[in-house]
Design a binder for this molecule. Structure first.
Ligand code: GLN
Length: 283
């Protein structure tokens, strides 16, 4: 066992990773690491509680630090993240769930809470990745939820996440191109499809471009997946609600597409940075 001072550890963390994290970014990452590896809280850190740590644990922590220094996202190193109060496992086959996507989920949950109690609608999530949206919706709404993704590895992980969160979601490996094979048409369609443009790559953080799956991030044609979804909604009157995450650069074009369907309401919401990020459409 070795005795360590949390404050000293914090200083060496900040110095070692100064090229990766600013001071404000370093703080939550460090707190998360000490919680994960040493079972220490932020109060322990404030009080500079000295900890007895085994050599093995310390070397795991050092190893995490080395990976962080290479630029790897902390969520992949620890293997999980928190999303809308759910514990979600992640690996490099799936996108790390983003805080902005919690806004979309919250929109759906609060809309559905206002519907007549006892009403049951079915949900389909397209390009589910880790399953984060489908799982949170199943947990909060108690509706039947299905979700598809082109990646079998993602679907495998999404199934694990549903078990972990004790919800039932019908996950299936399926290309969005083959949407008609997804048997039942849902009442509510949700999706956070790949929407980042190749031209945006050089403005993105290295830890995103180098580590997260490009299959889940990039789309050569910025409207490709939105056109697929639009055609599916046009063909199936049963679909009454659509909730999408958008690229702010193409948000208006997607909204125009959905507004072209008769008798509908289409609303765009902005994210915390003030960019047009979400769309709700219903008929
Ligand atoms: N919001 C993510 C990012 O900017 C992208 C998500 C997506 O392509 N659906 O990294």
């Amino acid at each position: 066992m070795e005795k360590i001072s949390l404050q000293k550890l914090k200083k060496s963390f900040a110095t070692k990773l100064s090229n990766i994290y600013s001071e404000t970014e370093a703080k939550p990452v460090f707190t998360w690491l000490i919680e994960h590896y040493f079972n220490a809280t932020s109060t322990d850190l404030l009080m500079d509680k000295s900890l007895s740590v085994s050599a093995d644990t310390l070397s795991k922590y050092q190893n995490a630090l080395n990976r962080l220094k290479e630029g790897e996202p902390v969520q992949y190193i620890l293997g999980y993240t928190e999303f809308y109060n759910c514990h979600i496992k992640v690996d490099n086959n799936v996108l790390i769930p983003r805080p902005e996507t919690e806004v979309l989920v919250d929109w759906i949950v609060s809309d559905m809470d206002q519907l007549k109690p006892g009403k049951t609608l079915s949900i389909l999530d397209l390009g589910t990745g880790s399953g984060c949206m489908a799982i949170v919706l199943a947990k909060h709404l108690n509706y039947p939820v299905k979700a598809i993704d082109i990646s079998p590895e993602a679907i495998q992980l999404a199934k694990e996440n549903a078990n972990l969160n004790q919800v039932s979601v019908d996950f299936k490996t399926l290309d969005m191109n083959r949407l008609d094979d997804a048997d039942d048409v849902p009442d509510i369609l949700v999706s956070n499809p790949p929407y980042v443009l190749e031209t945006e790559k050089n403005q993105m953080e290295n830890k995103v471009v180098d580590y997260e799956p490009h299959l889940a991030l990039f789309s050569k044609d910025p409207l490709y997946f939105y056109h697929l979804i639009f055609r599916y909604v046009q063909q199936h009157q049963k679909i009454r609600y659509v909730y999408l995450e958008l690229n702010h650069l193409t948000a208006d074009a997607v909204a125009d597409l959905f507004r072209s369907i008769d008798h509908q309401v289409c609303t765009i919401r902005k994210d915390m940075r003030g960019n047009k990020r979400f769309l709700k459409w219903h008929r």
